[in-house]
Write a protein that binds this ligand. Structure first.
Ligand SMILES: Nc1ncnc2c1ncn2[C@@H]1O[C@H](COP(=O)(O)OP(=O)(O)OP(=O)(O)O)[C@@H](O)[C@H]1O
Ligand SMILES: [Mg+2]
Length: 477
């Protein structure tokens, strides 16, 4: 399938005029839809996307001028072309005043019409291209952005360089905050697809019922609320890369559809029958223990094998302690620039404190710690007092408080406090793996997540998802 332009909408009450406009445009490859009246056109505009509108000045009910006025108040960016009885400066001014981008006086040559329409098509293309460029400018993923001097990071950058230019599917595994998203972005940027779109979908953040239509699109009326036909994000990623983050959280029925899509790039929009096809490279990531998810019957093994063509395992920060200071200095430079505080170094004691922490939240935790330190610091160097009290924090969580009445707290408040300490402690012990913590507490993952929300337990990461410590070899493929 080719990713085509939306249709041109022709509004004319004369059947012959509609037909001849339609012929000229469809011969040139445009798709065209027609309305007999302004009223009908306004309804159609509310339902679907159009490239532009071509309207006659004189229509049966509401006039063309009135129609354009109404149309532009609702869709100010939609280009329009008005056809007037004959070209006079007065009519031209009126057409432009009503919001038309251009006008044509009858009779006109087909080339004049095509010229006006191609200007709109070009504008549409440029706007889309700009949007894609803007989106990419925010995400200038490059290899140099993946900071670290440990052998495993060198190996990782080398591996990215090797794998990026191929079309191989990549599965990125690693605890929360280890840089999976960064790696996925670098793979796209260094690929031959870098000029096309990079589309990222977080499978855990989109409600299960909407994820399929987000991915594959839907037809109008496919479900309540599907007022318009919508293209899927896989279509947006045509020629480029799609990054499915938190893939282990995808429901099993959708996993089956993804499997089919991975076989040959074909899919059907929700509520549709037509089989569509795109050319997309897929990168997936998860911080869950994917083997555990397969064993729990939550993830399809066949899908795992399809995704797992090349596997990257990102090492947790505590396994590459030499990177801690390099990353800390990298974030110091970054935040001293953005926060505009000329702090250039860490005091000896601060460095000592940074290296002795075991970083359960990995690089993300380190980044947050440095940002906070720069905000708090009042001297020329980062002092230990501006860093969190790691030892006390860890110690507090380790030694369960002796059961006693605290102030004037009620039993419920004290129990919640006890529960919070216990759950936090178990999470920390399991390096914030929800699956393992839930197992130890003998409750389901969902029950644990619910409790964490209720008890306001923040794992120090952006997501409420778990991290699973992958064991085994780094970046085994
Ligand atoms: N090697 C690195 N060099 C520089 N910055 C890094 C590195 N690794 C991670 N970061 C930064 O740490 C933060 C977390 O990284 P990222 O979002 O890629 O983690 P993640 O593995 O996707 O985590 P999650 O599983 O929680 O989604 C980001 O701000 C990222 O830029
Ligand atoms: Mg991520």
């Amino acid at each position: 399938m080719s990713i085509s332009l939306p249709p041109v909408l022709i509004v004319d009450d004369e059947k012959n005029m509609r037909l001849s406009l339609k012929t000229v445009l469809t011969d040139e490859g445009y798709s065209v839809r027609a309305a007999e009246s302004a009223e009908e056109a306004l309804t159609m505009l509310g339902q679907d996307d159009f490239l532009m509108v071509i309207t006659d000045a004189r229509l049966g009910g509401m006039s063309g001028y009135e129609f354009l006025g109404k149309m532009h108040s609702r869709w100010p960016d939609l280009p329009s072309l008005m056809i007037t009885a004959y070209a006079t400066p007065k009519l031209a001014v009126e057409a432009i005043k009503a919001g038309a981008m251009d006008y044509l006086g009858k009779p006109f040559a087909p080339e004049e019409l095509l010229h006006a329409v191609s200007k709109c098509a070009e504008r549409h293309r440029l706007l889309n291209q700009n949007a894609a460029l803007r989106a990419r400018a925010h995400e200038t993923y490059q290899l140099e952005q993946i900071v670290g001097d440990s052998p495993r990071m060198h190996e990782l950058r080398q591996m990215i360089q090797t794998v990026a230019p191929t079309d191989a599917r990549v599965l990125v595994l690693g605890e929360s905050g280890t840089g999976k998203e960064l790696v996925a972005g670098a793979l796209h940027c260094l690929s031959n697809r870098h000029k096309a779109s990079y589309v990222r979908i977080n499978c855990a953040a989109i409600p299960e019922t909407l994820l399929e239509s987000e991915l594959f699109g839907h037809e109008k009326g496919a479900f309540t609320g599907a007022l318009k036909q919508k293209a899927g994000r896989v279509e947006e990623a045509h020629g480029g890369t799609i990054f499915l983050d938190e893939i282990a959280d995808m429901s099993r029925p959708l996993q089956a559809k993804l499997l089919r899509f991975l076989e040959d790039g074909s899919f059907t929009r929700v509520g549709g029958t037509q089989e569509l096809r795109v050319d997309v490279r897929l990168i997936a990531a998860t911080n869950r223990d994917i083997i555990d998810a397969i064993q729990q019957n939550e993830f399809r093994e066949d899908l795992f094998h399809r995704l797992n063509v090349v596997q990257f395992r990102l090492p947790p920060l505590r396994e590459r302690s030499q990177d801690v200071l390099i990353l800390a200095e990298h974030f110091l430079r970054h935040f001293s620039h953005t926060i505009k505080k000329p702090i250039k170094k860490f005091s000896k004691a601060a460095l000592q404190k940074l290296t002795s922490h075991h970083w359960p939240g990995n690089v993300r935790e380190l980044r947050n710690v440095i940002e906070r330190a720069l905000i708090l610091e009042t001297t020329a160097e980062v002092q230990p007092v501006s860093l969190p009290d790691f030892e006390v924090e860890a110690g507090l969580r380790k030694s369960a408080p002796a059961p006693r009445v605290i102030g004037n707290q009620s039993l419920d408040e004290m129990m919640a406090g006890f529960e919070r300490d216990l759950v936090s402690h178990v999470l920390e012990q399991n390096h914030y793996s929800l699956t393992k913590s839930a197992e130890q507490l003998k409750i389901s993952r969902h029950a644990l997540r619910y409790r964490m929300q209720r008890l306001n337990i923040n794992t120090g990461t952006d997501t409420e998802e778990e991290s699973a410590a992958p064991n085994g070899k780094d970046m085994a493929s």
